[in-house]
Design a protein around this ligand. Sequence first.
Ligand code: SF4
Length: 325
Amino acid sequence: MNEKINAIAQVCLAGEQINEEQIDVLLAEAGTDFFGLVYWANKIRENFFGNKIRICSIVPGRLGGCNQDCKFCAQSARYETAYRQTQILTDEEILNAAEQAKLNNVPNFGIVYSGKTVSEEELIRLENLIGQISELGLKVCASLGVITEQQAGRLVKAGLTGYNHNLETSERHFGNIVTTHEYRDRVKTIQTAQKSGLKICAGGIFGIGESDDDRVQMALELRKLKVDTVPMNFLHPIKGTPLGELETLQPKEILRIIALYRFILPQTTLKVAGGRVLNLRDLQSWIFCAGANAILSGNYLTTAGRCVEEDMQMLADLGLQPQLD
Ligand code: SF4
């Protein structure tokens, strides 16, 4: 039994926050005692979430053609990828995807738009779609870039319950990854959506050249912002993007990151999203032992994921249950 990790886990289990000194101890111990870290991350998950796992699915309402320059993203019009041109899904395609989520018992459905913001015309369309999807009994979340308080209020009225806007990485590393907007713009949008009563889904992407400290700083910022869900993406390098040739993270390194986040954010939903299939390979089911309590199932925005049936089977094999509400 690793006494140092055990002592820090007890702080989390007591519902208290760990400090930066304790985080440093975890980072040091994680290098030599992977199983000790994962053992306690799993205990913390079980303590706060039992055997329930949240499942979300997403549909790209507007794909590609983005004028921003996030270096990991295939949707930026600045890079030579298959998504340089904007593609818009029809209402029918979006509603079909929502109906499929309902059939698959996936209760959380997200509509994602590429780009920095949405127009008035798009907002009206989204209000209608959100209303129709809510009527199916799904919880609707959206990722539409920067929004104003007034726009957020209209979306809430239409039935929107959650808003996704990622920090992507630490404030220090952000400028190495994105130059067309600033980290503080992202923080501001999160706060705007939060003020409007939306549940916040905000996290980032790992494996983009960040350090351990960048990972910790992003987790601390998310803790300060009191976000509800932290989506954790792991770089799936896309040819043509500036990070297209980067080596992917090793599966055990990914599990260490998830476990570290579980210690820093013990009661926050941790959702493993993009890059799961490519990066974790056979270790996908370990994410729950490492502390994750949610997954994005089905396809991601520009890369293929895993079908919902396979994910449901994985949960059943582990004795876990999908959270249906
Ligand atoms: S992450 Fe979003 S804002 Fe950045 S390039 Fe991709 S679609 Fe555009």
